[in-house]
Design a protein around this ligand. Sequence first.
Ligand code: LMR
Length: 325
Amino acid sequence: MKLNLVAAGVLLAFGLAAHAAPLIIKYSHVVADVTPKGQAAIKFKELAEKKLPGKVEIQVFPNSQLFGDGKEMEALLLGDVQIIAPSLAKFGKYTKQIQIFDLPFLFDDIGAVDRFQASKEGQSLLTSMSKKGIMGFGYLHNGMKQLSANVPLGMPSDAKGLKFRIQASDVLEEQFKAVGGNPQKLAFAEVYQSLQTGVVDGTENPWSNIYSKKFHEVQKYVMDSNHGVLDYMVIGNAKWWAGLPPDIQKGLTEAMNESIKFGNKVAFDEDMAFRAKVIADNKAKVLPMSKEHLKAWRTAMQPVWKKFEGDIGKDLMAAALKANK
Ligand code: LMR
């Protein structure tokens, strides 16, 4: 009888271990599922749960459902969410160097951004915030940003006096000040309404965000400006990560790398398709920028580079410029 009881106890313990609850991992972001980031997050869930069956459950929260801008970084550091992928414009509080990605006209195209991110200098930024409790899994593309407003923004002087929504970035603040605009830092979730109600007159975002959040329905013009990049760093809470068992770390790392590759492919392959959808909707007019327009904007942006080169470092800027072919 006693033996039977012991055996039953052992069996029960086994059963419990076999059915231990999976580790819940929350991945929160602010954009729509159809965007490169949205798709990468869904892919991560799929891959991680396949590689670590029963061991992890990935909960993806898109569209600022769980945390919006501003709150998501705090939540990560508090452990309320484990993975987020803020735009590179949103790290200014934690590191000055990552501001490099916001410098207007630094990168010729997303290919150049990709090469810089893969370089020794680019990769070193992924671990630059570890002392602050943030670990970088990798970079994830969205795309080049396009300017939009209710007037065409051909020449820099066209932006004078207009209010622009910007991400929480001091570089982007200077970018619009340099052309006489009034920049306002607003959370991504507030952009549509701010444009609709005239709180701001214009903004900047890549095609996938413009289309999926319908910004083109509340803007008269979108310029083909490609004047800067909006990419992400996928990050985790460093302490949480360090406490995970090695097999879980391995499975999650593989899933993360593959999901980033997938998201980057979406970014490369679908950017022009999102642009085409904006055009097909026929709500905002998409306008080209001539060589003369672009030259004038580039010249107007030179003071922005000067202002931030001390914080960012000339070496890093040289490495970025080298990535342009
Ligand atoms: C924005 O705030 O405009 C973007 O950073 C949103 C995003 O995550 O793409």
